[in-house]
Design a protein around this ligand. Sequence first.
Ligand code: SF4
Length: 66
Amino acid sequence: MKNTRIVFVEKAECTSCQLCADELPDVFRMDEDDLAEVHHIDGAEEEEIQDSIDSCPGECIHWKDE
Ligand code: SF4
């Protein structure tokens, strides 16, 4: 599976709620500071990643081209 867009987390805005890491653990994980980060950009379909973007309370998950 290869997505056409690259997802990233704007860590400064992350609330550490862990929602994204719980929903899509193959894409997101929590770092040593308990902030979310992307560890595998192709770990889920773009539609699933978009769902995580839409439900992120910090509005801090973005596509790189946006
Ligand atoms: S859903 Fe958003 S606020 Fe919550 S951990 Fe993930 S990136 Fe951070």
